[in-house]
Write a new protein. Structure first.
Lengths: 211, 259
């Protein structure tokens, strides 16, 4: 089915510049493809039930539901109420993180240095998108997110490492909405760790109508 | 130190549990029954010991800043700052605001789960059958998510505030492919963990079984709660000095409590 999705047939085809937020909507059955245009970009992403934004993507429910820490084809993204929100239908990258969360001005001070507070961050991007779009989502709704294309392996002894990306230019991940969802993206502006290869780059979003 | 903590190599079955250190006179103590839920305010400078009274105990926990409820425990910030996927002694629990909510000052079991979430009503019904108060009274089976929702509602919080929780006393092994495996031998009777609160914290606890504990019977376990005045982290504190990240986290936290 997904092989039939050609970019020319997409109902939306847009580019999100490096370091920018994006808020959009998917109707149940529509397919979203996120393309890592230049490679090793991290795309911090949250989903909300479009009709009840108190229902949000849940990393714990998703991990437990799939029995695996990493996201890839076949994984259903579950909500905090255990409901299927989207299903990953294609993945040419192979592994996506959902433990590492979003960078923020505040966590930058902890992870790097106090003077890194002013740098652009995903949580500030999320908050800016929410402030500019009155959709009823607030800071308290910013649950732990997905980092598409980011590689955060957990070692067998429980260590957490931020490894160099396994993505590359043109790789993509594609998912079908199982309910009407709002999509909140921060195309990560982090400059202090290898999640973006220290070089934030644009991404492409393609949306196809329900098949 | 800025790498992963050493992790337990001895499975629960062989592990010897040390006697916990003496505490100052207790402020209070109580037993949280099996399969129940609890909430309370633990102020900066108070320590709380959780003691597993039986093996296979699971205690799910979430933390909120009692003075600013939108600030809450952040699994991701906790794991990233300390380069670990699990919690044990000398780890701290970060909020989403770059501050430290509590520190783990003692721990007998070496591993607490951070990413497996909660059981829910459909999971418990599917595994153990329907259960309701009318037939079973207080023995009606509870689940983690509803337990949390019950307590959160008492503070004006709700489902939107459900975020990745800690499961104390539970260990999930992860292999190279990322596959999860529940360690059925991990927690032993008398295992304990001490949490020292670094800010005024709303603590929500639930003793429903771990969601990956697929035992044949619904067997939640009780936990003993004991609280005492410990004071906040001193300068030579092991949690503060575990890594430079934690030193900055304590600095951020202490800015909130300047005289």
């Amino acid at each position: 089915m997904s092989n039939s999705l050609a970019p020319k047939d997409a109902i939306q085809d847009l580019t999100v510049a490096a370091g920018e937020p994006w808020l959009g909507k998917l109707v149940c059955g529509q397919t979203l493809r996120i393309v890592d245009l230049e490679g090793n970009q991290a795309v911090d992403t949250l989903f909300y039930n479009a009709h009840d934004c108190e229902e949000h993507y849940s990393c714990c429910d998703t991990i437990r539901g799939s029995g695996n820490l990493y996201l890839t084809s076949g994984v259903t993204l579950l909500s905090n109420l255990g409901a299927p929100m989207l299903t990953i239908t294609e993945d040419t990258c192979g592994r996506h993180d959902t433990l590492g969360g979003a960078c923020s001005a505040e966590s930058n001070t902890v992870r790097y240095a106090l003077e890194k507070r002013h740098m652009h961050s995903c949580r500030d991007n999320f908050l800016m998108a929410l402030a500019q779009n009155d959709v009823g989502i607030e800071k308290r709704d910013l649950a732990s997110n997905i980092n598409f294309f980011m590689n955060v392996p957990v070692t067998s002894d429980g260590g957490l490492t931020f490894a160099d990306g396994i993505s590359a230019a043109g790789r993509y991940v594609q998912m079908r909405a199982e309910m009407d969802v709002l999509v909140l993206i921060s195309n990560c502006p982090q400059l202090n760790n290898p999640c973006n290869a220290y070089n934030p780059t644009p991404i492409q979003l393609l949306i196809w109508a329900a098949g | 130190m800025n790498g992963p903590m050493s992790s337990p190599t001895v499975s629960g079955a062989q592990r010897v549990i040390p006697t916990p250190g003496p505490t100052p006179p207790l402020l209070w103590n109580e037993t949280l029954s099996a399969g129940e839920h609890w909430s309370g305010i633990l102020r900066r400078g108070v320590s709380l010991r959780l003691t597993a009274l039986e093996s296979k105990t699971n205690v799910s926990a979430l933390f909120y800043n009692f003075e600013l409820l939108s600030e809450r425990y952040s699994m991701a910030d906790t794991l990233k700052a300390q380069h670990t996927a699990f919690l044990t002694k000398d780890c701290v629990c970060y909020s989403d605001m770059g501050r430290i909510m509590c520190s783990i000052t003692a721990d007998s079991c070496g591993w607490h789960d951070t990413f497996s979430g909660l059981s829910d009503a459909s999971m418990v019904a599917e595994r153990y059958g329907a259960s309701r108060f009318q037939e079973q009274g207080n023995a009606a089976r509870k689940n983690g998510r509803d337990s949390f929702l019950n307590e959160l509602g008492k503070y004006g919080l709700g489902k939107r505030d459900l975020t990745a929780n800690i499961n104390f006393f539970s260990r999930i092994a992860v292999d190279e492919s990322g596959a999860l495996k529940f360690d059925t031998q991990h927690c032993r009777a008398a295992d304990y963990v001490d949490l020292r609160f670094e800010m005024h914290t709303l603590v929500v606890l639930a003793t429903a079984p771990h969601p990956l504990d697929t035992g044949a019977k619904y067997e939640p376990r009780p936990v003993r709660l004991e609280a005492w005045h410990s004071g906040p982290a001193p300068a030579n504190d092991a949690c503060r000095n575990r890594c430079s990240e934690n030193a900055r986290g304590f600095r951020n936290t202490e800015m909130m409590f300047l005289p």
